[in-house]
Design a protein around this ligand. Structure first.
Ligand code: ARG
Length: 458
């Protein structure tokens, strides 16, 4: 097929080279943005008197016909086309004749591809933010359900202090709230129109960039045409927000895997989100959670790939930049899939409060509270800390726990200890005394849930 850009060159390009050069197999997903962008362009050309209104109407009708035919399946994307922009223009010209050839006036594929990608990613960002809000709803609802469910809190994966499962869930909610902020912030700089920058230098035609931008929902336009066609920061910001989000999802997935093991048995994932083993009949594997953890690496890879592609590029457009799309699309697909699986996985998981409580009761996680009790009785913290440590060591030797240790033993270590200690080291009391803002008490977790709900309502 003759190239639309044939002119300067006349010789046929090599078939393998054509294939190598082509981006249609992945940029075809921007067909809608390409067509709506072209419609706005045609309207602008007519408004400015660069084309007649009749010509613009013909182009717009032709474009909407192509859109309808692509959506109905009446028109198939030609895999031999160089890219989606060339494909649409080619079909338009086949259908409309010479007037189709006028669409590309005062435009270049360089500003066109930047426009399409911004519009496409803007829509995907909106979708991802919506999914994040759903996930936050589920986390908050499950946290409300478990504001009193005691579990061990860990540092170094050693039992540290008692917390509630609600508090644990809300920790992830806070991370996701920041992710939501990051996507929304990235969207501001994504939402800038490059169209009208043309190849690199702007154009001699009397165009109206703001009219076109406004039609396509952009509140701002790129202020420098060289930058406008070369800027892929919006892709990088999207992928770094995605990478941080995936890191959070991966950490949560890791804990879900750990907590659903027999050793912990704090939770059980629904059958719908687990798999069996092909050989071991007893197995229930958390494959989906493992995949969320595993796929995090590819999103980091997508970000690194584009950062590396861009780092040595001279201004303005270079073909290297065609590599942006596969990385961005892969990140989009991966994030969307992970959220689509994780949200119902959390909504349907069974929580096992008895096992959590048992683990919380067996590990001296109230030792800090014992020390704090002694401080309340007038001992300096370091002395209190030492006495508590000795009492823990005694329990370990005797195979018992602080809650069950008789008062005489306590008093043998420190005569200021009284009967009132037992109420203080009760796990429930340990949790609910942690009333500092952001702490694990019922009251504080409720405040955290209210904060998230309020943010979501905004
Ligand atoms: N397929 C190209 C891309 O994705 C479109 C822009 C082509 N521009 C050019 N001057 N060759 O980047």
């Amino acid at each position: 097929m003759a190239k639309m850009w044939a002119g300067r060159t006349a010789g046929e390009t090599d078939r393998v080279a054509d294939d190598f050069n082509s981006s249609i197999r992945f940029d075809c997903r921007m067909y809608k943005e390409d067509i709506t962008g072209s419609m706005a362009h045609a309207a602008m050309l007519a408004k400015q008197g660069i084309l007649t209104q009749t010509e613009a109407n013909t182009l717009i009708d032709g474009l909407s016909g192509i859109l309808a035919d692509l959506e109905s399946g009446a028109l198939a994307i030609d895999p031999a086309a160089e890219d989606i922009h060339m494909f649409v223009e080619q079909v338009l010209t086949e259908r409309l004749g010479d007037v189709g050839k006028k669409l590309h006036t005062a435009r270049s594929r360089n500003d066109q591809v930047a426009l399409d990608l911004r519009m496409h990613l803007r829509a995907e960002t909106d979708g991802i933010m919506e999914s994040l809000r759903e996930l936050l709803e589920v986390l908050s609802d499950r946290a409300a359900e478990h504001e009193g469910t005691i579990m061990p809190g860990y540092t170094h994966l050693q039992r540290a202090q008692p917390i509630t499962f609600g508090h644990w869930l809300m920790a992830y909610a806070m991370m996701l709230l920041r992710d939501l902020d990051r996507f929304s912030d990235a969207r501001v700089r994504m939402n800038v129109s490059p169209i009208g920058c043309c190849a690199l230098a702007g154009t001699t035609y009397n165009t109206d960039r703001r009219f076109e931008a406004e039609r396509l929902g952009f509140p701002e336009i790129a202020r420098n045409s060289l930058d406008g066609v070369s800027d892929r920061d919006f892709c990088l910001e999207f992928m770094s927000s995605s990478s941080i989000l995936m890191m959070h999802l991966s950490r949560m997935a890791e804990e879900l895997i750990l907590y659903s093991s027999w050793e912990f048995a704090f939770i059980e994932l629904a059958d719908a989100y687990t798999t069996g083993s092909s050989i071991m009949p007893q197995k229930k594997n958390s494959d989906m959670a493992e995949l969320i953890r595993g796929k995090t690496g590819r999103v980091y890879g997508d970000l690194m790939a584009l950062l590396t592609t861009l780092k040595g590029l001279p201004l303005a457009y270079n073909k290297d930049m065609q590599e942006d799309k596969e990385a961005v699309f892969d990140a989009v697909d991966t994030v969307k899939m992970c959220l689509a699986v994780l949200t119902p996985m959390l909504a349907t998981m069974t929580v096992k409060p008895e096992n959590m409580k048992k683990a919380a009761s067996g590990g001296f996680i109230n030792a800090t509270d014992l020390a704090d009790y002694l401080v309340g009785k007038g001992l300096p913290f370091r002395t209190a800390y030492k006495i508590s440590g000795e009492l823990v060591a005694h329990c370990i030797r005797e195979g018992t726990v602080l809650e069950k240790l008789p008062l005489e033993i306590y008093q043998a270590h420190c005569d200021r200890i009284g009967e009132d200690l037992y109420a203080v080291i009760d796990l429930e009391a340990c949790v609910n005394r942690r009333i500092s803002e952001g702490g694990t008490s019922r009251e504080s977790v409720r405040a955290q849930i209210a904060y998230v709900k309020e943010k979501l309502a905004q």
